[in-house]
Design a binder for this molecule. Structure first.
Ligand code: ADP
Ligand code: MG
Length: 722
């Protein structure tokens, strides 16, 4: 109760920042030391084997399984030298988390000794039981086998622990019928599908020599840090990763004084150690700063191949939590840990390209002449318009619903921001052909001593969910706690579809005798006519946009319950099947898993709300009511005026809480549904409003009940004491 709250505050204020182990080695020397990457492989594998592995990683060529024994032995020797006793197949189940199953290298031999064993077949394939992970019905108990398979394109690495290290091997996770049970398999499949269509298009531009086209991703991760003593004094944070109660702090983020402000020492110590840990794993951490809300921060690595970026992003989230613990803090990755305070997103920046074409989304100085760039850009415009519902569904979760649609994150309406210059070029294309590109000027500073600064050809737009930012697109709807797989799978797949469409159109135009430039103008003009409605350069937070978007026929899918059914719509089902990314059964299973997770999340929150309100809040309020009542009684005895508006207000709020609590309890008991989607609808329509009423009463009580009786650390305490 309030004792633990006071203890927490005492412990937090007594904290002193530990010295960081910066002397260990300079940061630059740490990069990749724990990674079985190309340089280690080059040094340790026979030349011909190394070449084949490198070709698989760089060019997407298949790897001969016969080489697995040689690679496994080299990997094991390296891992043992690095202090590993165990190896683990790491996989990414549909929960969005990272799973690992550890096995020892040691196997007893006949003579009673033990041998370090690691065979090629063990590297290639594992069979974790792992049948408890949600699978949307893809694994009945009678067909419960699930396999992990080595993903050669993502390097193995050492996971350090003071008590012994582990060799981690990134894998895919599939059922014995070959159906994807994870977030990684469709990502690999979608990358391959996109690459195939992109190469086809590039060959029409005269680049027949391209081996592969890679999608790149760079994710900006937002997060909160709070002192662990507060975390442990908040059962809601411990159970739900978000606060279910808490009145808004008197001083919130109105002053904008936290955003990009000086980073507190304690947090900086965490960030420095985090960078070191990430560097060791070969994760190119680059940017760190304060975010908008008090207690909120951001980290962004340099972009990488999206498949690798996915694995690294997952490892980054795990590492952030671990390092925070070492610093006596808890890292909150939830999208909305504190109501009324800015939430956390994970902007996914993406582009595509390869070694010999470079970045295909680089417009150059005169984009109107850069037909190839415009074509790729057109593919994205078409895809985002045609499959906006799918992109929205790809980031749907109970926790992300708190962000999307609120005035802090992009709206749930998926539109594209192109910037002034590109918008103008596409306007010209729509009118018959682009002849020039607006150029950016030099910024006039008015200070002679400052060197002139170059302006970008367009300003930024912070409110667009899908923004062109100079040489990449930035998808801003993903939530801080989400895997980047789902959005990247959606992006790769809709790109495959649009690139396929464009290539087919160009081929038809060529057959009809058109030259390249005319054929490109023709298809882009068609795309702008059909899909230009998705382009929006204005303020996405404005109410007017909601109306305009509706008039343009853009979907506004506010909740997971509305968004997720779109995944399994006929056209999306056909899209995923056509490009071999997900079968109809796999897609259906995913839809069910998301809805199931949604309902479970809300059900757990509802139960926790009841528990806290009943066992912590109500008792505090009743105690205070008792105090006030006895004061009143004493005053009356003494013949004094006992009227106390506080007592009546308190009594009223206690009544409100009791009533709301009864409704919520009934809601929890009545939780049911014939299907995942019915259960999710019940959670949305019955549990969420009932929880909101309980919260309203509790938050009102927080401003009435005496502070020394209040059991939960407050928003002010959690967000401003670090
Ligand atoms: P912002 O200005 O949007 O806050 P940040 O520097 O925080 O930018 O993060 C930008 C992210 O975009 C980084 O992860 C960065 O590596 C990534 N990025 C930059 N260029 C590309 C690109 N061509 N393709 C994909 N991601 C990119
Ligand atoms: Mg940023």
């Amino acid at each position: 109760g309030s004792i633990s709250r006071r203890e927490a505050i005492k412990a937090v204020t007594a904290h002193s920042t530990p010295e960081c182990a910066t002397a260990e080695a300079p940061l630059a020397d740490l990069f990749g030391v724990n990674v079985f990457g190309k340089s280690v492989m080059k040094a340790r594998l026979p030349k011909n084997v190394y070449k084949k592995v490198a070709a698989t990683i760089d060019e997407g060529l298949p790897l001969d399984p016969a080489l697995a024994d040689v690679i496994a032995t080299a990997m094991k020797d390296w891992a043992i030298e690095k202090g590993a006793s165990h190896y683990a197949h790491v996989f990414y189940p549909l929960t969005g988390f990272t799973a690992e199953k550890h096995d020892s290298f040691l196997e007893p031999d006949d003579a009673g000794a033990s041998l370090a064993e690691f065979q090629g077949k063990t590297l290639l394939q594992g069979e974790p039981d792992a049948s408890s992970f949600p699978n949307g019905g893809l694994r009945g108990t009678f067909e419960a086998r699930g396999y992990t398979g080595w993903d050669v394109t993502s390097p193995a690495y050492i996971l350090e622990n003071p008590n012994g290290n582990t060799l981690c091997i990134p894998t895919v996770f599939i059922s014995w019928t070959g159906e994807a049970l994870d977030k990684k398999t469709p990502l690999l499949r979608s990358q391959q599908a996109m690459s195939k269509q992109a190469m086809r298009l590039l060959s029409l531009f005269g680049h027949a020599d391209v081996d592969t086209v890679v999608s790149y991703a760079g994710a900006e991760q937002e997060y909160f840090l709070i002192d662990e003593h507060f975390y442990y004094a908040r059962p809601d944070l411990m159970t739900c990763n978000r606060t279910l109660f808490g009145a808004k702090p008197s001083k919130g983020q109105e002053f904008d004084d936290h955003y990009f402000g000086a980073i507190p020492d304690r947090v900086l110590a965490f960030m420095i150690e985090l960078d070191r840990e990430l560097f060791k794993q070969g994760i190119p951490s680059k940017t760190r700063h304060n975010e908008v809300a008090p207690g909120q921060f951001e980290i962004a690595p340099v972009f990488e191949r999206s498949v690798l970026a996915h694995d690294h992003q997952q490892l980054m989230m795990t590492t952030m939590k671990k390092v925070a613990e070492r610093h006596g803090m808890t890292c909150l990755l939830h999208e909305k840990p504190f109501a009324g305070v800015n939430g956390s997103g994970k902007h996914v920046n993406f582009s595509l390209g390869n070694g010999n074409q470079g970045n295909l989304l680089n417009p150059g100085d005169t984009p109107h002449e850069n037909m190839q760039f415009l074509t790729f850009c057109g593919a994205i415009i078409r895809g985002v318009h045609k499959y906006g519902g799918l992109l929205r569904a790809a980031v749907a979760s109970a926790s992300n619903d708190h962000r999307l649609g609120a005035n802090e994150a992009p709206p749930a309406i998926i539109s594209i921001f192109l910037g002034e210059q590109l918008m103008d070029v596409f306007d010209q294309i729509a009118k018959g052909g682009a002849t020039d590109s607006k150029q950016a000027g030099v910024i006039e500073l008015g200070v002679d001593t400052l060197p002139p600064m170059k302006a970008d050809p367009g300003d930024r737009n912070r409110t667009s969910p899908f923004a062109f930012t100079g040489n990449r697109f930035e998808y801003r709807a993903p939530g801080s706690n989400q895997s980047i797989s789902d959005p990247m799978v959606a992006i790769n797949t809709i790109l495959a579809d649009s690139l396929d469409y464009i290539a087919t159109e160009l081929e038809a135009s060529f057959a009809g005798g058109l030259e390249l430039a005319d054929a490109v103008q023709k298809v882009l003009q068609q795309i702008i006519t059909d899909h230009g409605a998705v382009i929006f350069n204005g303020d996405g937070y404005a109410d007017a946009w909601q109306e305009e978007a509706a008039a343009r026929g853009l979907k506004n899918l506010r909740t997971t319950v509305e968004a997720v059914p779109f995944m399994a719509e006929k056209e999306n089902e056909e899209l995923f099947e056509k490009y071999g990314v997900l079968s109809a059964r796999e897609l259906e299973a995913r839809k069910d898993v998301i809805l199931e997770q949604y309902s479970l999340t809300i059900l757990v929150e509802a139960k926790e709300s009841v528990e806290i309100a009943k066992t912590m809040i109500l008792p505090a309020a009743l105690r205070y009511q008792g105090e006030l009542a006895s004061v009143a009684a004493n005053l009356t005895t003494a013949g004094l005026d006992a009227t106390n508006p506080l007592l009546s207000e308190l009594t009223e709020q206690i009544g409100a809480l009791s009533a709301a609590l009864a409704t919520l309890e009934k809601g929890v008991e009545g939780f049911h549904g014939e299907s995942e989607s019915e259960e999710a609808s019940y959670a949305l329509e019955t549990l969420i409003p009932a929880m909101a009423s309980v919260r309203e009463a509790v938050d009102a009580l927080e401003s009435i009940v005496a502070d020394d009786l209040w059991p939960l650390p407050t928003y002010n305490e959690m967000l401003t004491i670090l």
